[in-house]
Every structure is written in structure tokens, then in C-alpha cells.
Design a protein around this ligand. Structure first.
Ligand code: AHG
Ligand code: MN
Ligand code: MN
Length: 336
């Protein structure tokens, strides 16, 4: 039995060493998940390089076509998508991938791969052209079909509680990789001169309470009454509003400082805007591992079984007591 304390390594440890040390602590681990995390980190470094050059190279702006959800793809969306898929396919541990930028699931051809990955290759794409933080979000499951057979949709159709790992890359004032394998959350900062991610935020814990909220308040009049009431209370209590418009960046700030992120249903998006499989599940796993909470207003996010690839879900995520408060308000509505 591995104790949680066994997973705490000193700040300054390089990601590779951190991953190897943790693998040794799983008695039957064969190293595939470790390698998969390394593949993601490598693709993250490449995407980071492209993002840093975005202002110089002619790679920003619209790519001229739309993804399945009718949103305009940015060139960097496409680049990030290609890079991550290539890294995961070449790594060999993954038999299937679903991506925000792909209409259907991708069979990598690696039938021996034990894992499937759901990914938002570039989150916050409206911020690319304006030099504001963006990210990548990923979620990893063990396949449910036998190894050696082609990947199926059922391999992906799993409760969020079944994730073996999830995480994100944040391309911000510095680049970070934050992930969990279900034994707490650790954050690594990229050191470009070494080309290494270094453990900078060990065993991250989200403050239980805070005075900061993140929501696109331009949609206020479209929000359910209970959400408006919650936001009114935030203002009466003089909370700070902090909204970047990149989920990863907003979530990361709340993870460090405390706060709540809300993307409620609106008239335009009655199911919410964010995607269950490669946004909400991944971040909900991290939030819970850091002592926070995530709900769609009725259910714990991790207890939702996806019914389709690009399913959307309302999302209230962040500091435990703040999420509980909005859940209580929304629950009252159900009872009336
Ligand atoms: P993506 O760029 O992957 O499509 O995700 C955008 C999401 C999320 O990052 C962000 O929090 C939200 O959209 C912002 O939506 P609004 O512009 O409606 O506020
Ligand atoms: Mn996104
Ligand atoms: Mn995206």
C-alpha cells in the first residue's frame, strides 16, 4: 500500500525523475503510464515553442475552417492538435484519442496500447492572438476493451472517477504542467534554458474559501436566477471578479489563490459551453485531488457518464465552500 506522503518529492526535482520515482512506488506498474506522461510533456514543450513564436510567425489568425461545433479553428489549434496526436500515436501507449478538434475518435493503430486520451489541445483560443495565457487539457483512462483489439467508443465512455490521470499545460507568464494520478496534484514549471519541467508546486491544495469569482458576466441576464443571486452576493460582499477567458488559466489561478469558476447554462448554450470529456472531467479530478469541488449544478462532475464525444456540461468548479454554496442555491430551485 502506497501512502500519500510517499508521493512528496522536494521542489526542484525534474519531471522525468519525479515520474520514474513514482512509478517505482506502484508495485505492478509497467511504465506505460509514465511514458505516456512523458509524451504529453514533450508535445507540450513543442507546442510551447510554437506559441512563443506566435507573434513572429505567420501562424496566428483563422485557419479558414470550422470544427464540428461550428467554432472557427485557429492555426495554433490545428498545430497543437497535430503535435499532441503525433506524440501520443508515436508513443505507442495509447490506442485511441478524442480531441476537441476532431469530429470522430481517432484510432491510433496501437492495438496493444492500454490507454485512451481525451484532449483539448488548445484551450482559450480566443486569447491566442492577443498574447494572453492559453492551455492544453488532458484526461487519461485505461481502455475497457481487451488489449490487442481495435479501440471503441465504450473505451472512452467512462465516469470521471475512472480517470487514471489528468492534467493541463498552462502557457502563461511561465509554462507549467500540472497533473494528478490520484495521489495529490503536482505542478512543474518549464525551465526553457534546460528544456525541463521542474517540480515547483508540490502537493497543491486549493484554499477552501476565497473572495474571488470567475465568470463571463456579460451573459448575466441569460443565467439561471440562482446563479444571478450567487453573483449578486459576491458583489455585495465585494469579491474580486477575475476572468481571463481561458479555462485553464482561470482554473489555475483559483487552484493557487482560491476562488470559483462558473460556466452556467445560457439561452445560447442551454447545456453550458464547456466540454465534459476533455475539459470538465480533467479539471474536476484535479480540483478534487487538491481539496476542491466540481459540479454541473445537480451532479458531481466526476459522476457523469458521457453520452457523446463533444458533450457539453455546465461547470461550477473551485474552492470547496464556494462550490457548496452555489450547489445549495441550485438545489433549492430543484425542490420548489
Ligand atoms: P476552447 O478555446 O478550447 O474552445 O475553450 C474556450 C472556453 C474556455 O477556455 C473559456 O473559459 C471559455 O471558453 C470562454 O468562453 P466565453 O468566451 O463564452 O466566456
Ligand atoms: Mn477549451
Ligand atoms: Mn480548444
Amino acid at each position: 500500500m502506497t501512502r500519500h506522503e510517499d508521493f512528496v518529492l522536494p521542489v526542484g526535482t525534474a519531471l522525468d525523475r519525479f515520474i520514474s520515482r513514482h512509478q517505482e512506488q506502484f508495485p505492478y506498474a509497467t511504465g506505460e503510464l509514465s511514458q505516456l506522461l512523458r509524451d504529453i510533456a514533450l508535445a507540450g514543450k513543442i507546442v510551447n515553442r510554437e506559441i512563443n513564436r506566435a507573434g513572429l510567425l505567420n501562424i496566428t489568425g483563422n485557419f479558414g475552417n470550422q470544427n464540428i461545433q461550428g467554432e472557427e479553428q485557429q492555426k495554433l489549434d490545428v498545430i497543437a492538435n497535430v503535435r499532441f496526436i503525433r506524440a501520443l500515436r508515436n508513443g505507442g501507449e495509447v490506442c485511441g484519442i478524442i480531441s476537441e478538434e476532431e469530429d470522430e475518435l481517432i484510432d491510433t493503430g496501437n492495438m496493444e496500447g492500454k490507454y485512451v486520451v481525451a484532449i483539448d489541445p488548445l484551450d482559450g483560443s480566443s486569447n491566442i492572438d492577443v498574447n494572453v495565457s492559453i492551455g492544453t487539457i488532458f484526461s487519461i483512462y485505461r481502455r475497457t476493451s481487451p488489449v490487442g483489439t481495435p479501440v471503441t467508443w465504450q473505451d472512452f465512455q467512462q465516469y470521471g472517477t475512472k480517470q487514471v490521470a489528468s492534467g493541463y499545460l498552462l502557457y502563461g507568464s511561465s509554462t507549467m504542467l500540472v497533473y494528478t494520478t490520484g495521489h495529490g496534484v503536482n505542478g512543474f514549471t518549464y525551465e526553457p534554458s534546460l528544456g525541463e519541467f521542474i517540480l515547483s508546486h508540490a502537493d497543491m491544495k486549493m484554499p477552501k474559501d476565497a473572495k474571488s469569482y470567475s465568470v463571463n458576466e456579460g451573459n448575466y441576464y441569460d443565467f439561471p436566477e440562482e446563479v444571478r443571486e450567487y453573483l449578486d452576493n459576491c458583489k455585495k460582499n465585494r469579491f474580486s471578479a477575475r476572468y481571463i477567458g481561458s479555462l485553464v488559466a482561470d482554473f489555475h489561478r483559483n487552484l493557487l489563490k482560491g476562488g470559483i469558476y462558473l460556466y452556467p447554462p445560457t439561452q445560447k448554450a442551454p447545456e453550458g459551453k464547456l466540454r465534459l470529456m476533455y475539459e470538465a472531467h480533467a479539471l474536476a479530478f484535479i480540483a478534487e485531488q487538491a481539496g476542491g469541488k466540481a459540479t454541473d449544478g445537480k451532479r458531481r462532475i466526476l459522476d457523469i457518464l458521457p453520452s457523446s464525444l463533444h458533450q457539453r456540461v455546465p461547470l461550477y468548479i473551485g474552492s470547496e465552500n464556494m462550490v457548496i454554496e452555489i450547489m445549495e442555491l441550485l438545489k433549492e430551485k430543484v425542490l420548489v
